[in-house]
Design a binder for this molecule. Structure first.
Ligand code: S5P
Length: 486
């Protein structure tokens, strides 16, 4: 089960933080198993486990609770030659007006399949409908039981619920694998123990996904300082006035990653493939859009779609360095129209504050656009000395409505609203042939106090990019956890 739990965590099906459910309840965990359908192997595996969990039940048909469990029920049906029924959510307004599709005999037994159970109300709704059609429903299987009274409630109604996973088992395993902190486990356990039956599944997991729409991300979270983590990303999300900073910290916290992929590849297909494959592991994807051999506006549209799907920010590493009037056109115009699609961009502070004015003007006052100033560089013999660095930080302070932090190799600002992005990161220290110098995630995050590791060739040159990105993500996150807990 460990592997399954890890996979669910990695694809973002389980998120930890403070989530306000529609019912008003604050949950320390958010479960979105819908994303499983994007991973066919996992879908098949999960369906087999559901089928195995039903081994003691007797049934001649299966019926998935709409919608996430529909494909799971379909997989069980096809793999084990068990006829399937579909429960409609609304009756058709034409034709037969049937609420249950598929062939069944009166008094035949049907197994209900569900992805997640909280209070059990969705399973019960399906069971009641099937019962109205004289179909016997005494058994249900679920992938994840949130342990909030659903099993008991269903038992009272004559339905025996078997689960593949329980929430407590999930968090305990994730903690053992160093994916979440012990405090999160305790919070979830406390939440489960409070056994709040007022949580309605239809009101929570099934009806909204806080991070799906970029615009709704901020509004769906709690900013009351409900939980602080001693200067950690969550607390800083609460403190942050800039929408992009807040979003970034929230993403980092919910996906438990401080990895920014530097997708320095030259083909659009490679860029999109990287973003889609590694999207679940990163908080941001950094592009050099002008190195694509085959750039077309479609690429950035697709990249934005992928960013929405996997909940990461896009950072075009344009390193603007000209006068305000010129960068204005470079940012919003030309072939790339960067301000249309990139959440974050960066600029040298060398020209003075005019460059920020120009970029800000080009962004048209959009609150979801932000800039990092280059305070330090990762290359040997670079010219950014302490005076330059301090002047850059001052400039950032003066333009907090657009500048959210720095490209740097150390923590240059004490302002918790400033984000520190550090390039030149590999799992082992070293350098390349052209002056690039590498630090480890541990050094960058734990010792130097930076926030985000930017990793390019450490991942893109690897034969197994997914495995390598996972290693960077784990190393970066472990370093952060150690930093905030020490
Ligand atoms: O000082 C810097 C600033 C940046 S943004 N040093 C850097 O290396 N970068 C960028 O980070 C660089 O342009 C490249 O895209 C990435 C590092 O790539 P890597 O392959 O060396 O990890």
């Amino acid at each position: 089960m460990k592997e399954l739990i890890l996979k669910l965590f990695e694809i973002g099906a389980l998120k930890f933080g403070q989530f306000k459910l529609k019912s008003g309840m604050i949950s320390p965990v958010y479960v979105d198993l819908r994303v499983i359908i994007s991973y066919p192997k996992l879908l098949a595996e999960v369906s087999e486990l559901l089928w195995a969990a039903s081994s003691k039940a007797e049934y001649s048909t299966v019926c998935g609770v709409p919608y996430t469990a529909l494909p799971m029920a379909t997989c069980i049906s096809v793999s084990h030659s068990i006829p399937m029924l579909i429960r409609r959510k609304e009756a058709k307004d034409y034709g037969t007006k049937k609420m249950v599709e598929g062939y069944y005999e009166e008094n035949s037994k049907c197994l209900i399949v569900e992805d997640v159970v909280t209070t059990g109300s969705s399973v019960l709704e399906t069971a009641e409908l099937l019962r109205k059609h004289k179909i016997v429903t005494s058994d249900a299987v679920v992938l994840l039981d949130r342990q909030q009274g659903g099993k008991e409630k269903l038992a009272e109604k004559g339905i025996s619920l078997r689960s593949v996973l329980t929430l407590v088992e999930v968090v305990e395993n994730l903690c053992e694998m160093n994916k979440i902190e012990k405090t999160v486990v305790d919070e979830v356990k406390q939440f489960v123990a409070s056994n709040n039956k007022s949580l309605e599944k239809n009101e929570s997991e099934k009806s909204g996904f806080p991070f799906k729409q970029k615009e709704t991300a901020a509004s769906s979270r709690i900013y009351g300082g409900v939980r602080c983590d001693r200067g950690g990303y969550r607390k800083r999300a609460v403190l942050s006035k800039h929408l992009v900073t807040r979003k970034l910290f929230e993403i980092m916290e919910s996906k438990q990653t401080n990895l920014c992929l530097s997708a320095d590849v030259v083909s659009s297909a490679d860029l999109l493939d990287l973003a889609d494959t590694l999207g679940p592991l990163v908080c941001a994807v950094k592009t050099h859009i002008d190195i694509l051999d085959d750039f077309s506006p479609k690429v950035v549209d697709q990249l934005v779609e992928i960013a929405n799907k996997h909940n990461f920010l896009i950072f075009e590493d344009r390193k603007f360095a000209d006068i305000g009037n010129t960068v204005k056109s470079q940012y919003a115009g030309g072939a790339y129209k960067i301000s249309d699609w990139s959440d974050i961009t960066n600029a040298h502070s060398l020209p003075g504050s005019g460059i920020i004015e120009g970029l800000k003007a080009a962004s048209g006052g959009r609150k979801d656009r932000a800039c990092l100033l280059i305070a330090e560089m990762s290359t040997k013999n670079n010219l950014a000395n302490d005076v330059y660095k301090e002047a850059t930080v001052k400039m950032a302070e003066e333009h907090g409505d657009f500048v959210i932090g720095f490209i740097c190799t150390s923590k240059v600002s004490k302002n918790p609203q400033h984000v520190h992005f550090t390039p030149g990161v590999k799992l082992k220290p070293g350098k390349d042939a052209m002056g690039q110098q590498y630090l480890t995630p541990d050094e960058v995050i734990k010792n130097r106090g930076c926030d985000v590791i930017i990793v390019g060739r450490g991942i893109t040159d690897s034969a197994n990019r997914l495995q390598e990105a996972t290693a960077f993500r784990n190393a970066g996150w472990a370093a952060y956890v150690q930093r905030v807990s020490s």
